[in-house]
Design a protein. Structure first.
Length: 82
């Protein structure tokens, strides 16, 4: 769960950091974009975490690397595509 929190923090930090480096002031558009980015980052982490946990039940995988591959193969493309 700590890795999931770090992932969300880094995604949001990168997007907002880019806005700051580009010299954009925090207005309505940037605030809406930040809210959308937070939602997408949480959605991404939740979907991958769910498939990671399901890998041990569905595919009977016990190793962490195998469960991660299963999660990325099953849900990774869907999440990246939006």
């Amino acid at each position: 769960s700590l890795m999931a929190v770090f992932c969300i923090i880094f995604v949001v930090g990168n997007v907002l950091g880019y806005c700051w480096m580009a010299g954009w002031s925090l207005g309505i558009t940037e605030s809406i974009a930040a809210i959308i980015v937070i939602g997408l980052a949480v959605d991404y982490v939740i979907h991958l975490g769910h498939m990671y946990l399901e890998a041990s039940h569905t595919a009977h995988l016990e190793k962490r690397a195998d469960r991660w591959r299963f999660a990325m193969a099953t849900m990774g493309g869907t999440v990246v595509a939006g």
